[in-house]
Design a protein around this ligand. Structure first.
Ligand code: PAF
Length: 284
């Protein structure tokens, strides 16, 4: 596995692969790697891509300095894992190269208005501007054919798809299924911050989605059951929504067809999210 820090080396490495006729697959991460990240690398390898993984804890997507400080950082373990799962090149860019002005505000911002302002965006102002801006830079430097994201961050995936469409970026966005632990908890780098009790309460997010998917509508009943399930486990509910999977707009009780249920809640100070595809059927 190659390891790269310098932006010019990174750009050249990706260019060399393209010159050699290979497709580059980009797996952007913030480290604290787990099986969810591994599944993205596996998808890229299955597509035959030369896999470039980036690890960069992007301060621009944290609206809360405490959340940024508490974000898990495990560089040594990440390097070992990346190597063992077949990453071809691991890029760990410095802050000076990614955001040269930091900690001053970076004036150049990519903003996906609308999609980036609801759900997670409503509770974390500026979060998706930070995500869209960093993903744009990672994609420009790497020049990948494909870029891989987990569906756990469903809104992030929707924002990036829209950004790629609007900016005409020549890259395929690949969404990969959520990876869960045996008890159903969606894998997240933040899970390491949960003690045993908090973890058992956190299972209410997945349970809420299961209950919602067992109903066939209406959307308001799904919202109510998700909220009640999380509240019963003392999860501080940020939202429990049923939305159109592309526009992320809330659906009303007349809506039918495929929809996405999304939940977010805080357990012992740790903000968690999860989501699931649901089907709304006529007749309510
Ligand atoms: O999903 C993440 O880990 C981050 O939001 C990403 C896509 C690496 C951008 O910093």
């Amino acid at each position: 596995m190659r390891r790269v820090v310098d932006i010019e080396q990174w750009r050249r490495l990706a260019q060399d692969q393209r010159d050699a006729g290979r497709r580059v697959g980009l797996v952007p991460t913030m480290g604290a790697l787990h099986r969810g990240h591994q599944s993205l690398v596996e998808a890229a390898r299955a597509n035959g891509d030369y896999v470039i993984m980036t690890i960069f804890v992007n301060p621009r997507q944290f609206n809360d300095p405490n959340d940024l400080r508490a974000y898990p950082r495990t560089p040594e373990a990440d390097r070992d894992l990346a190597k063992s799962i077949g990453v071809d090149a691991l890029v760990e860019p410095t802050m000076a190269e990614m955001w040269p002005a930091y900690p001053d505000p970076t004036p150049t911002t990519v903003s996906v208005a609308g999609l980036g302002d609801v759900l997670e965006g409503a509770g974390r102002p500026g979060h998706f501007d930070g995500v869209a801006s960093v993903v744009t830079k990672l994609a420009i430097v790497t020049g990948p054919s494909r870029i891989y994201f987990g569906e756990k961050d469903f809104q992030q995936l929707a924002v990036v798809r829209r950004m790629v469409l609007d900016l005409g970026l020549d890259v395929e966005v690949v969404g990969c299924p959520i990876v869960r632990d045996d008890d159903g908890l969606a894998l997240s780098s933040r899970n390491v911050r949960l003690d045993e009790l908090a973890r058992s309460r956190a299972l209410a997010l997945n349970r809420a989605l299961t209950f919602a998917s067992e109903l066939d509508g209406p959307a308001s009943a799904m919202r109510a059951v998700m909220r009640a399930t999380m509240e019963a486990a003392d999860v501080v509910v940020a939202y429990a929504e049923v939305v159109d999977p592309t526009t992320l707009q809330p659906l009303d009780d007349g809506a039918t067809g495929r929809a996405r249920a999304l939940v977010a809640g805080v357990v012992d100070g740790v903000r968690l999210i999860d989501n699931r595809a649901v089907e709304l059927r006529r007749g309510h």
